[in-house]
Every structure is written in structure tokens, then in C-alpha cells.
Design a protein around this ligand. Structure first.
Ligand code: ZN
Length: 99
């Protein structure tokens, strides 16, 4: 578990795991905290599909790879992983046009 004040070399060896692909804002936060690797389950596209997102609710479609590949310091990205399993908690949750 991460805690405040960790040295940068420790953060660079850390991995953050998320059930869904980090959005552009979270990807930037991952970079700026110095975390060296991100692993995610559901792709942003799969989440949009599960949400039945509409153009006005879809938000940014920039992948976390697009954001993190542009970073000056490399952040490894692994995902999507286990999308079928990751979709289970979403099924029946999102209603049409939900944010
Ligand atoms: Zn986010």
C-alpha cells in the first residue's frame, strides 16, 4: 500500500491496479505521482459499452496508453485484463444514458 512521502525510486517500482482503464485525468495523476506501472481490467471502450454512454455522457475517449505514452518518464501499462470477469459488477448497474 502506498503512503505519503515515499521516495521516488520506491514509487517507480510500484504498480497501481484498477478495475477499469484509468481516464485521462487519472492517468496524468499516475504519472505525476511517479508510479511506474498501471494494470487495469476493463478497457475504457468496454466501460462505455456497459454504460450505454451517449455522445453527451461519454466524456474523453483518450486511452490511458495515449496519455502515458506521451509521458517524459515511462509508465508501463498492462491491460485490458480479465474483461469478462471485470464486467460482471457493471451488469445491471448502468441505466441508459447514465453518466
Ligand atoms: Zn479518472
Amino acid at each position: 500500500m502506498l503512503q505519503a512521502g515515499l521516495p521516488r525510486d520506491v514509487l517507480r517500482r510500484a504498480t497501481i491496479y484498477s478495475s477499469g482503464e484509468p481516464c485521462a485525468m487519472c492517468s496524468a495523476a499516475i504519472f505525476y505521482t511517479g508510479i511506474g506501472r498501471a494494470v487495469y481490467g476493463l478497457s475504457a471502450g468496454a466501460i462505455l459499452h456497459l454504460r450505454n454512454a451517449q455522445p453527451h455522457t461519454a466524456g474523453l475517449s483518450l486511452s490511458c496508453r495515449a496519455v502515458l505514452d506521451s509521458a517524459a518518464e515511462k509508465v508501463a501499462v498492462v491491460g485490458p485484463c480479465l474483461e469478462e470477469e471485470g464486467a460482471v459488477p457493471h451488469q445491471g448497474y448502468w441505466q441508459e444514458g447514465a453518466a
